[in-house]
Each structure stands twice: as structure tokens, then as C-alpha cells.
Write a protein that binds this ligand. Structure first.
Ligand SMILES: *Cc1c(COP(=O)(O)O)cnc(C)c1O
Length: 217
């Protein structure tokens, strides 16, 4: 664990009233526990199978965030305990979460993942169809899944202007989305390399892996 980094980032997040999610994918139970022992309670994982193993071995008061691409058939694995799913990008997944939430008598909190980066990723709703997506989602009554905000990842680049522009775009999409979904409050943006820019542009939740746990293999 990079303890000094953890202290610095925690303090910055606290000052900005943003939630720090420690991204623990590929990291061991021992490594996660060390960070837990420093008071961190929000952890993020990308793979359902990896998450359930860790959830079973770590304390119950951890808020587990699912931040990777979620296959519809894996939703049932995390539905009993997941705290927030950052990566909803299809109505099919939203409807499956509704079904799984009902099964466990839970309201599954989720974010819509928006594709703001230049890289051609398969994942994320394209900005121009986000309003349609939200309109469509509102046609079905959801009692067991709740959209709480948006998530996005900026382009992997050293060009700060590009990153800032993309985060600013996501923030403005967030404000637009609020007109249709007035209760949304979470804007999940910013990772190790760009969280300072993300916070300046209005992030309320940062997802930090390597700056806390060290580089991944
Ligand atoms: C891995 C990952 C992170 C953390 O990345 P770092 O650069 O290590 O901070 C954040 N968000 C998502 C969606 C990720 O997959």
C-alpha cells in the first residue's frame, strides 16, 4: 500500500466532498485489508467472480462498487450485496438488475456509464443517445433498480485539455440528465492519472487503483 498517497488522496476527496473508491482489482485480500485498516470502506472491483470471492473473505461493512463491464448473466452473483454498479450501459442489463433486485428484496443502485473517451470502446452509452436511453428506461417501472448518476472514463492521454473537455462534457450531460431524473446525485469520474482534473470539473466520486495499491501486473 502507498500510505502517503492514500492519505493525500483521502484528504483531497474529503475536502471536495467526493467519495473515494479504492479500486482493488487483481489485489490480494491482505492488500485490501491493509487499506481497510486505514479506514477506507469503499472498494471497487471489475470482475464479478473476483468480487464474490473477496466479499466473502472481507468485513461486512465494506461498500462494494462494481466498476467493470457487467455481463447480464453475472448480475445475479453480485446482486445480494453490491453497493453501487457504475457500468449500466444497456436496457437489457437494467431490466436484469430489476429482476435480481426483486429476488433479493433490494434496490440495486446503479450509474449509467457514458462513453466520453476517444478510444473505440465497446462499453458505455453514446452521449447523443443518453436522453433517449433515459426516456426508454422511464417507460418501465423499476422498483428494485435505481439510477443514481453517471460514470465515465476520459481518454488515456497526457493532453490535459482533452481530459478536461471530456469531463466537462460528462458534467453537462449529468446536469441534462437531472432534468429527467431529478434525484440523481453521483458523478463518478476520475482515476489515478486524472482525478484532480475530474474533481475540478465536478466529480463526486473518484475511483483510484494504482496510486493506492501500486501498479497492477
Ligand atoms: C481499473 C479502473 C480504475 C482505477 O484505475 P487506476 O488508474 O489504477 O486508478 C478506475 N475505474 C475503472 C472503470 C477501472 O477499470
Amino acid at each position: 500500500m502507498l500510505e502517503e498517497n492514500l492519505k493525500t488522496i483521502s484528504a483531497i476527496a474529503h475536502k471536495q466532498k467526493a467519495t473515494l473508491v479504492a479500486v482493488s482489482k487483481t489485489k490480494s485480500i491482505d492488500e485490501i485489508r491493509q487499506v481497510y485498516d486505514k479506514g477506507i470502506r469503499h472498494f471497487g472491483e471489475n470482475y464479478a467472480d473476483e468480487l464474490i470471492v473477496k466479499q466473502q473473505q472481507l468485513p461486512d461493512d465494506i461498500h462494494w462498487h462494481f466498476i467493470g463491464h457487467l455481463q447480464t448473466n453475472k448480475a445475479k452473483l453480485i446482486a445480494p450485496f453490491v453497493y453501487l454498479i457504475h457500468s449500466v450501459d444497456s436496457l437489457r442489463l437494467l431490466n436484469e438488475l430489476e429482476k435480481q433486485g426483486a429476488k433479493y428484496s433490494r434496490v440495486l443502485k446503479c450509474l449509467l456509464q457514458v462513453h466520453i473517451a476517444q478510444e473505440e470502446s465497446k462499453f458505455g452509452i453514446k452521449p447523443d443517445v443518453l436522453p433517449d436511453f433515459i426516456h426508454e428506461s422511464l417507460k418501465t417501472e423499476h422498483k428494485h433498480v435505481q439510477i443514481d448518476g453517471l460514470m465515465g472514463m476520459a481518454t488515456l492521454t497526457v493532453d490535459e485539455h482533452i481530459i478536461r473537455h471530456e469531463f466537462r462534457q460528462l458534467k453537462s450531460l449529468f446536469e441534462e440528465a437531472k432534468k429527467l431524473l431529478p434525484h440523481i446525485s453521483i458523478l463518478s469520474m476520475g482515476m489515478t492519472s486524472d482525478y484532480l482534473i475530474a474533481l475540478e470539473e465536478g466529480s463526486t466520486m473518484i475511483r483510484i487503483g494504482s496510486a493506492i495499491f501500486g501498479e497492477r501486473q
